[in-house]
Design a protein around this ligand. Structure first.
Ligand code: ADP
Ligand code: ADP
Ligand code: ZN
Ligand code: ZN
Length: 753
């Protein structure tokens, strides 16, 4: 009773030596403007210390094998529970991971099939597409396979000596070419079209045998193994996703290989025995292809006595998926295709099934992607987690979630240097009375737009039928702000991110995904600021600009300019520790002797955008810094790696680098993610600026403040998955509000505006 997590003297990132108590087995919501320090407190301090302490319970030997978590900057933390972080990181990019495998429902379904399926197949793992006994052997359980086009790969009019293999790494005299030319299996001057069947077989498929290869360029020999072209290509380039193939070879791989649904298993991933076994007349793949909302009642209806407990458990798990608003997903959906919000809710369902109690669940904006109508479902799940005896810590901006808080911690007053303090802690009623920025915004909304801007033209999206879209014909006005609304799974992304760019390839998608090489990218590199800063340093010191690049000459040799050492631990997450050679400064010691107006390059990269605005007066630099400030990122430091930023922050950095361009078509996906209502107001000003500069902005959004500022609304629905996919409403925003009176769905929420 009355137990509390006690935090004393927290100073991580911008936290100002704060102390507070957080009640256990309650729901505590952390609020405050973006950059005020919510994540630094909840993830960077509480969750981080909990993980570190859990690791310390292992023996020294095991600890040696485990990641070493740095101690957060805090004097004392008492009464901590083991923490589980349920964040919005997208689920792994591996195509063997599906909604079914992530939630364990597929494992339960397999067990069900092995117990009551007809004809009987056997142990449950024979239904697993990740198990050699269950998988389709032609595609190794992937459901898709790559076929090599021999006409693209080989030139039949040529011999090995004249370049019959049309692939960069296999050109005449290359290492791979020598493996074939020196195999003794072929006449190297014979054109391929004259090959015997046996020679074709040798070239394409085998035989595997040891081989000594002479190396003409260096002299000497090397041992190797002969392997046919097809197995070698499969091993080298085709067994993986295209983005794991070396960049310079991707175009060639794409030329010779076509990926398609595996013809042996028709994409079901399973071998024949597993594919044909039925329960209630349905195969396991038919079940995994169904919408979860249809599968749940089907499973409930299985009454065979011996499997009653299994049926109850599986049905309950499926029903939780439906309950949290994910009933439109199917179990065979690859988890890498889920949005961040969907991935987070899928993980929550898994934890809800756990019998652990007294865990601290730490969640990051779980309402992302949820229609206002579905937020109550999320709330019920949070309450369920609490009522099982867990402590629930939530970072959230959505007033409807804040409303269920047992306890509120409001951070602020501003962002970065201006934040890091607790401006209010207590119950919800007190927050309203406290008059903090959050308290004041709790019940206030942006005024609804009354004067809509006229369209300058139309983007026509005819016959949109991707995923659940029902061959809809949509017209989106140009030169205005269009907001696309509808419940999660209604087809907003399918329409706006899928179909719209297909018909209008000039559209620019500004989303939350990480740009490539994100460990090396930071706000300074991404916006082009670093180039300008490097040049300023170079001319001030009379040396070359390359010296100030942490990616080349000037880089600390130990961490190669990352400032961190990343250790990849196969099954666990990658661990980052600060580089001991440069102390995280990224540059060689001699580079740090050069200064610009008294500051080193490292010190400049440690500045926040706001500080940098005061330091740099050069117009080009000032303009880019102003853009970052305008999107509400004044608190970010210039050198913070993009992979440490939240999805919402990344999206706003992308948006910032677009400011200043005119007459573009922008597609945004919930740009209010991570934004306090106070910041949402600033974002709206920004979207208006883009529109007033002649651009077209089309955004998916649930935030009613943004919906109310739209010139045009496209509402998809009426439901999710197969119950959605049609346009239920499109109109000028003002008539939307008018039409909303008495109507259902989102319309009803708009009347609250
Ligand atoms: P919030 O969660 O309220 O948006 P954060 O805790 O993410 O705020 O950020 C608070 C401050 O700490 C900001 O100034 C931010 O730039 C800084 N910060 C956050 N993460 C890091 C990091 N990994 N390295 C350096 N500074 C960081
Ligand atoms: P919204 O953006 O409105 O939340 P989506 O466009 O993401 O909805 O989803 C609409 C429907 O299409 C849902 O039934 C969803 O499961 C399905 N869907 C979305 N993406 C994929 C995908 N990559 N593969 C298969 N189905 C998908
Ligand atoms: Zn197959
Ligand atoms: Zn280093």
């Amino acid at each position: 009773m009355g137990e509390k997590i006690e935090i004393r003297g927290a100073r991580q990132h911008n936290l100002r030596n704060i102390s507070l108590d957080v009640p256990k087995r309650k729901i505590t919501v952390f609020t405050g403007v973006s950059g005020s320090g919510k994540s630094s407190l909840v993830f960077g301090t509480i969750a981080a210390e909990s993980r570190r302490l859990v690791n310390e319970t292992y023996t020294a030997f095991i600890q040696g094998l485990m990641p070493h978590y740095a101690q957060p900057d805090v004097d004392e933390l008492r009464n901590l529970s083991a923490a589980i972080v349920v964040d919005q990181k997208r689920l792994g990019g591996n195509s063997r991971s599906t909604v079914g495998t992530v939630t364990d429902t597929y494992a339960m379904l397999r067990l069900l099939y092995s117990r009551v399926g007809e004809p009987r197949v056997g142990p449950a793992h024979h239904f697993s597409f990740n198990d050699p006994e269950g998988m389709c052997t032609d595609c190794d359980g992937l459901g898709w396979a790559t076929r090599v086009s021999l006409d693209e790969l080989l030139d039949r009019d040529r011999s090995l000596n004249t370049g019959a293999i049309r692939f960069p790494a296999f050109e005449v005299d290359s290492w791979y070419w020598n493996l074939y030319a020196q195999s003794g299996l072929f006449d190297n001057d014979k054109p391929l079209r004259d090959y015997t069947d046996e020679e074709w077989h040798h070239l394409l498929h085998g035989p595997a045998r040891k081989l000594k290869v002479k190396l003409p360029t260096v002299g000497g020999t090397m041992n190797s193994t002969y392997e046919g072209l097809l197995p070698r290509f499969k091993r080298l380039y085709l067994g993986r996703e295209l983005d794991q193939v070396p960049a310079q070879l991707r175009a060639d791989v794409a030329r010779i290989a076509t990926a398609g649904r595996c013809t042996s298993c028709a994409g079901t991933r399973l071998n024949e025995a597993a594919r044909t076994c039925r329960v209630r007349g349905r195969t396991i793949t038919e079940c995994t292809a169904m919408q979860v909302s249809d599968l749940a009642p089907l499973v409930r209806g299985i009454t065979d006595r011996p499997v009653a407990p299994l049926v109850t458990a599986l049905a309950a798990r499926l029903e939780s998926l439906v309950h949290i608003g994910l009933g439109y997903l199917s179990l065979d959906r690859e988890s890498a295709t889920l949005s961040g919000g969907e991935a987070q809710r899928v993980r929550m369902v898994r934890h809800l099934g756990s019998s652990l109690t007294d865990i601290a669940y730490v969640l990051d904006e779980p309402s992302v992607g949820l229609h206002p109508h579905d937020v109550h479902r999320l709330n019920e799940l949070l309450v369920a987690l609490r009522d099982k005896g867990n402590t629930v810590l939530v970072v959230e901006h959505e007033p409807a979630v804040i409303a269920i808080a047992d306890h509120v911690v409001d951070m602020g007053p501003g962002a970065g240097e201006q934040g890091g303090e607790i401006v209010y802690t207590g119950d919800l009623a007190g927050l309203r009375a406290a008059g903090t920025l959050t308290g004041r915004h709790l019940d206030r909304r942006q005024p609804i737009r009354t004067q809509v801007r006229p369209a300058t033209g139309w983007l026509h999206v005819p016959h949109a039928d991707l995923h659940n879209l029902r061959d809809v014909d949509v017209r989106i006005p140009t030169g205005v702000l269009t907001v696309v609304t509808g419940v999660a799974g209604s087809g907003k992304s399918a329409l706006i991110r899928g179909c719209l760019p297909q018909h209008h390839p000039e559209a620019i998608i500004v989303d939350q995904t990480l740009p490539k090489g994100s460990k090396r990218s930071n706000p300074a590199t991404y916006t082009g600021l670093l180039d300008l800063i490097r040049r300023s340093f170079a001319s001030a010191n009379g040396v070359g600009a390359a010296l100030f690049s942490a990616n080349s000459e000037g880089a600390c040799p130990r961490c190669q300019g990352l400032g961190m050492i990343y250790t990849d631990l196969a099954f666990l997450e990658t661990v980052a520790t600060v580089c001991e050679a440069c102390g995280g400064q990224r540059y060689r010691e001699d580079v740090l002797r050069y200064r610009l107006r008294g500051r080193t390059i490292s010190e400049v990269l440690a500045m926040s955008v706001t500080e940098a605005r005061a330091f740099f007066t050069e117009p080009a630099l000032a303009a880019r810094l102003a853009a970052l400030d305008d999107v509400g990122l004044g608190y970010l430091t210039l050198g913070q790696p993009l992979d440490t930023l939240s999805g919402g922050e990344r999206q706003r950095i992308k948006l910032a680098s677009e400011l200043g361009r005119t007459s573009q078509v922008y597609i945004l996906d919930e740009p209010t993610t991570g934004l306090h209502p106070h910041d949402v107001a600033k974002l709206i000003v920004l979207l208006d600026r883009l529109v007033d500069g002649g651009s077209t902005v089309v955004t998916i959004e649930h935030n009613l403040d943004v919906v109310g500022r739209a010139d045009w609304i496209v509402d998809l629905g009426p439901g999710a998955g197969h119950d959605g996919g049609t346009v239920v409403f499109f109109s000028m925003a003002t008539s939307f509000a008018a039409a909303a009176l008495g109507a259902e769905g989102l319309a009803a929420d708009v009347t609250m505006l």
